[in-house]
Design a protein around this ligand. Structure first.
Ligand code: PLP
Length: 370
């Protein structure tokens, strides 16, 4: 029963204007395909299940009644050892999104500016808007090249963070490390380098964290390690910066005890992770070669676990919808004029990639609903 009072409740009055202005992200849905038969290639996940070692660790985990380590010390130790950095410089979180949230919360006040380079990961804009900050876009140049001079020219007194994603999602390419270092060296603000896909590229910007006071490197166990469901990401900061960030990081770093167990076990079994990584790279390059055989289809070079693909259509929407009807989800960029004719599938298993190829070729050849 709802009671009303003279001073009635007005949600509109209470919700922050910055929140009201946010548009929710709606993930893909397929018309009537049972969820267990859907091939999910829209979120850059790993197609591989946990190793026997991770399964055994999770099966042996019983302490659901206990809080995890207060400072997530155990999982941070494991991540620090893997990354080869001191544990004191590592912040963990419930996925990299959560780690970026604590970064933004540390720096951003309403009206501040964050510089990004579109096309890039959409969460940066979303997070900035939650804090009432303005996103300033310095687009990638032709060939998805980072415009270092443009980024530096866009810096104002209000700029708090420049965020660079390399290898970049959704374009798939690694940005020039020299251009990134120039930005770090010359920018009077914090530079966040998102390395969610660095394992696939075999390259890291971590050495910059030792050399400059204004740079952090941000990573995740979701992609190469196949732990997206466990939600564990981490950031590596210079000591002066992490002192401030730690003040806003929630207790337990938002990492559940079960997730900590799974991540530690996954890193103990690094050989399995490396095997999956190598398999994904081989399958990615094979998928790219096969895609090039479909008339008019142009895969962009990728150093990640996904491929951005230009289709011979004005708008990829109907192709994406038809793929979804056939039980294959890929990422579509809808309103974005630069990526409207593109799809971005992640690399699945051999069988999933073959189904994607065949269905895509069939849809494009039939011209059905295009
Ligand atoms: C560039 C980039 N950064 C961060 C994330 C977030 O990863 P997580 O699952 O760790 O939150 C993603 C996920 O797609 C991503 O593509």
């Amino acid at each position: 029963m709802t009671t009303t009072s003279a001073r009635s409740f007005s949600l509109d009055r209470l919700v922050r204007p910055a929140v009201k202005a946010i548009h929710s992200y709606v993930p893909a849905k397929g018309a009537g395909v049972p969820t267990d038969r859907v091939i999910r290639l829209d979120m850059n996940e790993s197609p591989y299940p946990p190793s026997d070692h991770v399964r055994a660790a999770l099966a042996a985990f019983l302490e659901t009644n206990r809080y995890p380590a207060f400072d997530a010390g155990d999982v941070r130790e494991a991540l620090a050892a893997y990354a080869g950095v001191p544990v004191e410089q590592v912040v963990a979180g419930a996925g990299l999104d959560d780690v970026l949230n604590s970064l933004f919360q540390t720096f951003l006040e309403p009206g501040d500016q964050v510089i990004i380079s579109d096309p890039t990961f959409g969460v940066y804009r979303h997070l900035a808007s939650i804090y009432g900050a303005e996103t300033v876009n310095v687009p990638l140049l032709a060939g998805w090249v980072l415009d270092a001079d443009g980024v530096l020219a866009a810096v104002t007194d209000l700029t708090k963070i420049i965020i660079i994603c390399s290898p970049n999602n959704p374009t798939g390419n690694q940005l020039d490390p020299g251009a990134i270092e120039k930005i770090v060296r010359e920018a009077p603000c914090f530079v966040a380098i998102d390395e969610a896909y660095s394992e696939f590229a075999g390259y890291t910007h971590l050495p910059l964290v030792d050399r400059y006071p204004n740079v952090g490197v941000f990573r995740t166990m979701s992609k190469f390690a196949g732990m997206a469901g466990m939600r564990v990401g981490y950031g590596i900061y210079p000591v002066d910066v992490i002192r401030e960030v730690n003040k806003v990081v929630p207790a337990f770093h938002n990492v559940s005890a079960a997730s900590a167990v799974a991540v530690k076990a996954a890193l103990e079994d690094i050989g399995t992770l490396r095997g999956n990584l190598e398999r994904t790279i081989v399958l990615r390059d094979l998928l790219a070669d096969n895609l090039r055989e479909i008339p008019g289809v142009e895969p962009y070079p990728s150093e990640t676990n996904f491929i951005l693909i230009k289709l011979p259509v004005d708008d990829a929407g109907p192709v994406v919808a038809e793929l979804a009807n056939r039980g294959i989800f890929v990422r579509y960029f809808g309103a974005d004029p630069v990526l409207k004719n593109c799809i971005r599938p992640s690399i699945g298993t051999t069988e999933e990639n073959e189904i994607l190829l065949n269905e895509l070729a069939d849809i494009l050849a039939s011209g059905a609903s295009l």
